[in-house]
Design a protein around this ligand. Structure first.
Ligand code: SAM
Length: 257
């Protein structure tokens, strides 16, 4: 993620470590694979990371391109797709300003990646890039969590578990924690990360800033940036309601409705 300083967040410094922190699950792929079957190719995933979605989509026979900004994530995606003998076109680019000189039937922005678009300007630049790359009858799909009160109420006084993994080189157990706070004016949740390797000292491990998107706000931002909501689901394609923990959108270009 681009922080305000222009530095990629520390959780994206190593694709291998990212995959250990967030190993994903087969269930997390179902929605995206079903969309690909319904809407077809070519498919573009923006902020494609280490290819957790893009590689299985390519293995299912789809024509997939991934745009990703962090070099270490892209390098791991390339290594994994080669090892899996899956062809994905990997492009280093910024979700807010990419130009692939082609259009896609389906554009995906999964895994809360929209939270990396910290300002309205960032989001609108990304949505304009998506609109330029979407075929007139194409679909744009994204998902993002619904902000919960406990998440908004966290304070920097509390050090909370963030994740853990066995270091790929040394095998030592790494425990990550975070101190987090929510800024109500910018709607940014700041996470200061810490890591402890084995019994070593607790050391600062960079930052992760996430823009929080409230349901009605996001509906409006999408609409006023040219997208009509074809479907909005909660988990497991249930209709989005007050109990939903996730927002899943399937969107069309608005002037095509
Ligand atoms: C949460 S990960 C999601 C990875 C992948 N989509 C998945 O489902 O596993 C978000 C990714 O977005 C990338 N990213 C953050 N800001 C970006 C930007 N402005 N342009 C392109 N990639 C970006 C990060 O480097 C990271 O790999």
């Amino acid at each position: 993620m681009i922080e305000r300083s222009g530095v990629v967040s520390s959780i994206y410094r190593s694709g291998k470590v990212y995959d250990l922190l967030y190993p994903g699950s087969a269930a997390g792929l179902t929605f995206w694979l079903e969309l690909a079957q319904t809407y077809g190719d070519p498919i573009l995933e923006i902020m494609s990371g280490t290819g957790f979605k893009a590689i299985p989509l390519a293995q299912a026979g789809h024509d997939v391109t991934g745009v990703e900004m962090a070099e270490p994530m892209l390098a791991e995606a390339l290594r994994k797709s080669r090892a899996a003998d899956a062809h994905v076109t990997w492009v280093r680019g910024d979700a807010r300003a990419f130009d692939l000189a082609r259009q896609f039937k389906l554009i995906l922005l999964p895994s809360n990646s929209i939270c990396h678009l910290l300002t309205r300007h960032d989001l609108e630049a990304c949505l304009a890039s998506v609109a330029r790359h979407l075929q007139p009858d194409g679909r744009f799909a994204l998902n993002v969590f619904v902000p919960s009160l406990p998440l908004l109420l966290q304070t920097a006084d509390e050090e909370l578990p963030f994740g853990g993994y066995a270091d790929p080189d040394s095998g030592a157990q790494v425990v990550m924690t975070s101190r987090s706070w929510y800024e109500a004016d910018t709607q940014i949740k700041h996470n200061q990360l810490f890591r402890r390797v084995g019994e070593g000292p607790i050391e600062p491990d960079g930052e992760l800033a996430m823009r929080i998107y409230f349901p009605q706000e996001l509906d409006a931002l999408l609409w006023y940036n040219g997208f009509a909501i074809e479907h909005k689901y909660g988990e497991d394609r249930r209709p989005f309601d007050g109990q939903s923990g996730m927002q899943y959108f399937v969107l069309k270009l608005r002037d095509r409705v």
